[in-house]
Design a protein around this ligand. Structure first.
Ligand code: KIV
Ligand code: ZN
Length: 521
């Protein structure tokens, strides 16, 4: 156990695997190759170039741009990316077949990624060669790449279901052929962090001259955990994809792997983390694979707080309910206090102050209750909703003296009764109750309110407008009502509620109060 490394005085103690302080890890991005193998994803050459530029700006060390031999279009797009003059190394995938390797070389990549199946199940059912042939062909393919002066990465596909003895044999053969980097793929995502650690350590101990790389699939949701375990075991390159795209359940997620390496393990990469969110959103848009709201680091909710306890804590000091060792600024995100049914006073007060309102304690309580009422109906309160509610509660009418103070409204309506509304209110200090009928519940309620006024107060409705401001059948309705007195003076007021009758009555009462105040002046 050790103390928080960001601020050793903060008193936060936790068990931390900061075993990689200062260690450099290379980030190999395969969004444009394994990521494009995501069922349903297909990118145009222009889209691939756009993503490659974003990955380069993000600072990935390698961009696996595609599988050049697979089609003419794929060849052209890999070559265009290779010709972009990026800082990242550009890599092309090839089987251990000469025509594949030649296609990658002709696509002008910096690195050729040669791969072959090494597990018995894949050898028997897909490539149907002997182990000896596989070793010999792999070594030949690597030599061919090196003869052309390019970097070579060799992958033993399905390594986690391959005999470790055979793995060591084939890695030794490609090392002798001049290979630069060897990759241990968990092709079907069956590794566990502890077993993968042992396998990677064994390979690292037996192959001192080459960088060890890993490629983890997420079939059990362990791709990031396995990649981190591999780095602890000695791997110094990890293959990742933006948003965890890739075959089936995808590959290790770039943002999650990088931020864990930096913030939890203390390792270094060349990633400019402030571009993580922007890059994730670009890839989301171009691939049309949505980032879940709750996705770590780049998800909309990654730094959002709603509960009163959490929001209060975070407003006091952000690391009360955030990791602290990772902030929204670090990854290009923003902190959000979401208003809803779990919201507390502090969060609402802060949101109102940010919007320029200074509510009294009573007004704040009223606004809080209205927000919770909406939250109970499963709605989020957006900025526009908060502003409307604040206007109703803190606006001019609320601040002035009120001739009419609304107490109760009830309506009866249906297809066999005439819509009838009963309104109870204090009118100039005197309690009054009045019922009236109308063509609909809103009309009945408006007439009942008008009836509460003295006969010598002549006020007539001159404007009535309803806007649904937040969508859906249970939308917050904004009602604007204008009233006019017999001297032709007009005022209008607004209110917003889910209940359209209540919104209408509140808007009408506000407008009447404003007009009566005007008459007193
Ligand atoms: O999953 C896998 O094994 C691969 C290889 C090509 C590395 O994608
Ligand atoms: Zn893969």
């Amino acid at each position: 156990m050790s103390l928080c490394h960001k601020n050793p005085l903060c008193g936060i103690a936790f068990y931390e695997p900061r075993s990689l302080i200062g260690e450099k890890v290379r980030i190999f991005d395969t969004s444009l190759r394994d990521g494009e193998q995501t069922p349903g994803v297909s990118l145009t050459a222009e889209e691939k170039i756009t993503i490659a530029r974003a990955l380069d700006r993000l600072g990935v060390n390698v961009i696996e741009a595609g599988f050049p031999v697979s089609s003419r279009g794929e060849f052209e797009s890999v070559r265009s990316i290779a010709r972009e003059g990026l800082s990242s190394q550009v890599c092309g995938l090839s089987r251990i077949i000469m025509k594949d390797v030649d296609a990658s070389l002709e696509a002008e990549v910096d690195m050729v990624h040669v791969f072959v199946s090494t597990s018995d199940i894949q050898i028997a059912h897909t490539i149907k060669k002997s182990r000896e042939e596989i070793v010999a062909d792999s070594a030949r393919a690597v030599e061919h790449v090196k003869d052309h002066g390019r970097l070579c990465l060799f992958s033993a596909m399905d390594a986690t279901r391959t005999s470790p003895l055979f793995l060591k044999e084939i890695f030794k053969a490609v090392e002798d052929a001049g290979c630069d980097i060897i990759n241990i793929p968990d092709t079907v995502g069956v590794a566990a962090p502890s077993s993968f650690y042992r396998l990677v350590k064994e390979i690292c101990d037996s192959t001192k001259g080459m960088t060890v790389d890993v490629h983890c699939h997420n079939d059990f949701g362990l791709a990031v955990a396995n990649s981190l375990s591999a780095v602890e075991a000695g791997a110094r390159e990890v293959q990742v994809t933006v948003n965890g795209l890739g075959e089936r359940a995808g590959n290790a997620n770039l943002a999650e792997t990088v931020m864990s390496l930096h913030s939890i393990f203390g390792a270094r990469t060349d990633i400019r983390t402030e571009y993580l969110v922007e890059t994730a959103r670009l890839v989301e848009r171009l691939t049309d694979v949505k980032i879940p709201l709750t996705a770590p680091i780049v998800g909309e909710n990654a730094f959002s707080h709603e509960s009163g306890i959490h929001s209060h804590g975070v407003l006091e000091r952000s690391d009360t309910f955030e990791p602290g060792i990772m902030t929204p600024e670090m990854v290009g995100h923003r902190r959000r206090i979401v208003l809803g049914k779990h919201t507390g006073r502090h969060a609402v007060k802060q949101a109102l102050e940010d919007a320029g309102y200074r509510p009294t304690a009573e007004q704040l309580q009223d606004i809080l209750e209205r927000i919770k009422e909406l939250g109970d109906k499963g709605k989020q309160v957006k900025d526009a909703d908060l502003q409307t509610i604040a206007e109703v509660v803190i606006g001019d009418v609320a601040r002035g003296r009120q001739a009419v103070v609304l107490k109760e409204v009830s309506v009866m309506t249906g297809n066999i009764i005439t819509p009838t509304a009963t309104v109870k209110a204090m009118v100039r200090g005197q309690e009054k109750v009045l019922a009236n009928t109308g063509v609909g519940p809103v009309d009945a309620a408006v007439k009942a309110v008008q009836g509460l006024l003295d006969t010598d107060t002549s006020i007539r409705l001159c404007e009535f407008r309803i806007d649904a401001i937040s969508g859906g059948a249970d939308a917050l309705a904004e009602v604007v009502i204008g009233v006019e007195d017999d001297r032709g003076r007009r005022v209008s007021a607004r209110s917003a509620r889910e209940d359209i009758v209540m919104a209408s009555v509140e808007a009408l009462v506000s407008a009447i109060n404003r007009l009566l105040l005007l008459e007193e002046t």
